[in-house]
Design a protein around this ligand. Structure first.
Ligand SMILES: Nc1ncnc2c1ncn2[C@@H]1O[C@H](COP(=O)(O)OP(=O)(O)OP(=O)(O)O)[C@@H](O)[C@H]1O
Length: 318
């Protein structure tokens, strides 16, 4: 379990992480989402004690990182997937880490096997492809057989096979009862991997909810209409007991089929320029959620995204 309490990090005027409070629970993959610059890496560095919070605190199984008796056995992390592992072989890189942390050589061979690098273990890591480098970084995170794993953008730059492998590995680690916390700026990837979501924008918590809730709230089907006879169309809708939401020149109707709307318009001789069934994608929902946070910061009189319909005050739910 990782617990953040009012975690804040300022760099001069810049508030990179703004009063974050949430928990990352064991047994599931928790996706940590936010657009570029949202504060994900800064948060993860503070969890590992690599950066000091301006205020607030992080607890890993109830302790600060610096207080952990056996840090590598408690939490393993892949923070910079592109880090150069230097002129050492993969085997020696991991062996140095193992020896300096009191871990047996056996673990080196085990993790090389888990990440599929056994065959190239004696090759110099600096000649590795990006995917192999990422596998080596993950091997290092797994070395202490930790109960908590944290991966910062692990699939960046990977091919589909590598992405599938990482996804399966994270789900397996969670199924073993570990806490798995993984950041990404891609909603579509997280939808396939994570069971729970924490979304931040401009350092603030925007959502803390299960993936099932996110999908249920955002798999919204609606009908989009454009008409040059807007007022008359709205009157006709009202008399039929229907309502429409206006979004930038188009009208969106929930809970009604496109056929019904078309027939209603025809009965009243209304001209429609567009009548199309729509399905909101999760990526769109995520972009909309995070875009609202940017808007909020640009116009301080606008309430936070989490308090506005249709995304609703109930976004922040466990
Ligand atoms: N050492 C630093 N000094 C000054 N500003 C920093 C520093 N580290 C991060 N920032 C700023 O803090 C904000 C959050 O950065 P961070 O790297 O944590 O975001 P992120 O969500 O991980 O983004 P990305 O997806 O691009 O990696 C950014 O505006 C960044 O420029």
């Amino acid at each position: 379990m990782i617990a953040l309490e009012g975690l804040t990090k300022r760099y001069g005027e810049k508030v990179a992480v703004n009063n974050l409070t949430f928990e990352v629970r064991p047994g599931i993959v928790t996706g940590f989402l936010g657009p570029n610059g949202a504060g994900k890496s800064t948060t993860m560095r503070m969890i590992l004690g690599l950066d000091h919070p301006t205020s607030g605190a992080v607890r890993i199984e109830g302790r600060r990182y610096a207080e952990l008796r056996d840090p590598l056995r408690t939490i393993g992390a892949l923070l910079d997937a592109n880090a150069n592992h230097g002129g050492r072989s993969a085997y020696h890189h991991l062996l140095c880490l193992a020896q300096s942390n009191g871990l047996p050589e056996r673990r080196v061979r085990e993790v090389l096997d888990v990440v599929g690098l056994s065959a190239v273990a004696r090759k110099k890591a600096k000649g590795f492809s990006m995917g192999m480098g990422q596998r080596l970084g993950i091997a290092a995170a797994l070395l202490g057989d930790p109960r908590i794993l944290m991966f910062d953008e692990p699939v960046n730059g990977l091919d589909p096979e590598g992405i599938h492998w990482i996804r399966t590995l994270m789900q397996r680690l969670a199924a073993e009862g570990r806490t798995v916390f993984v950041s990404s700026h891609l909603m579509s990837e997280m939808a396939l991997t994570a069971e729970h979501l924490v979304v931040i924008g401009q350092g603030r918590l925007l959502a803390d909810l299960s993936m099932a809730d996110f999908i249920q709230r955002n798999s919204r089907a609606y009908v989009r209409v454009r008409t040059p006879e807007r007022e008359r169309f709205l009157d006709v809708l009202r008399s039929a007991g229907l309502t429409a939401m206006e979004t930038g020149g188009t009208l969106e109707l929930d809970g009604v089929a496109a056929e019904q709307v078309g027939e209603l318009a025809a009965r009243h001789g209304l001209v429609l320029h567009e009548l199309s069934p729509q399905q909101a994608s999760l990526e769109e929902a995520f972009m909309r959620l995070t875009a609202e946070s940017v808007e909020y910061h640009a116009h301080s009189d606008t309430p936070p995204a989490g308090e506005r319909a249709p995304w609703g005050a109930d976004w922040k739910k466990g």
